[in-house]
Design a protein around this ligand. Sequence first.
Ligand SMILES: [Fe+2]
Length: 424
Amino acid sequence: MTSYDYQEALKNAAKSMVRVKHPRRLLRMMVRFLDREVGLTHSSILIYDQFKARYIFIDSKGSQRIPVNLIKLDATNPLIRWFSDRDQLFKVKRDYLTTQSLSGWMEDPHSISNGSVAVEAKLRLRQLNDAMKTLKAAVCIPGHYKRELLGVLILGDKLNHESFTSEELSFFQTLANDAAMALKTAAYQEDLLAKNVELEMQKKRLQLQLKEIEALRKKEQETYYEIVMSLAQEVHAKDPYTSGHLRGVERLGVMTAQEMGYDLSGRAKDILVAALHLHDVGKIGIPDQILKKPSPLTEEEWKIMKLHPEKGAKILAPLSGFKEVAKIVLCHHERYDGAGYPAGLRGEQIPFESRIISVVDAFHAIISTRSYKKGYPLEAAYQELERCAGTQFDPRVVQAFIRAHKRLMAKSKDVEATPKTAAS
Ligand SMILES: [Fe+2]
């Protein structure tokens, strides 16, 4: 090979490094090139396989080629150690190794080693020589990336028995280092690709889990609603005053909460709707003669009637998922000024759902005609709510409720805004 050939070969090799996406293919091409153009007993490439944690031959060409599947070198192999070690035992550059230089060092180990450890240096050089002989190597050139030994180019003797020139050695070094760089880049890209694939899979798994959770939640919601409705049916059956206005109560209650800016996503809406339907569930435990009495109640009867929030909370207590609903039901007759029952809570101490139920329920009672009273017209009902804002009711709830109700009336004349009967 002439000097020009090497320059040209390097240029071509550099181009290939960029073009070839699979570096192992590129390394095999290098081996073929060396075998064809340089004329050696063998050209072989050893690279580090991170899965096997060993250096393995990926290709070998020539009459004395190495059986690639049989030989694997680990980190303790003298050759690997020579190019990996950063110890202070030898004072020599390790950018390549030839049998010639190795013979010289073995004859005079002091020339490259620290005198105090010459015995060890001699032993190491002998082991290195044995390793070179096993691989029929005349030249070994390491491929490093930073301080990491990625592979070794192992070349046999020249077929014409000449020595390697410094130009050839420098060419092999450049090839080995470029190949190491290509290997590292490809490994990095593969790693990146694998990470992307893993991320994509994680995303898909997560989406699947979310779908499952959503399906479960839907199922749970349906079951929850069924329980609520069956309990509400019981109340209707017992108390004729509550039937007929529950749908209106639900719609107005939800609208009022939204008007006040409460976030009703997820369970929050379920809880509010359940409480709107079930606030009088405790009436199941009130004797019929009191519940169905067509005339105003006596003081004694009122005492019994006033037990229905606590009875309602007790009915709901054993149901899992109804803890918040039970608390709202318990508080639906509390007053904003603290004069309500059963606990005399005031203001923000009362759950906002209870404060909403209190207004919605009272509104229906005000506009409803009963056997002993005539229902108010809408405007008068609004005025009555405003009159009691700050005492019986939360003023913010009253304002939000009136806005919501007016909007609902404007939107649809058919809306169930004025039921025939209403609850206490
Ligand atoms: Fe009630």
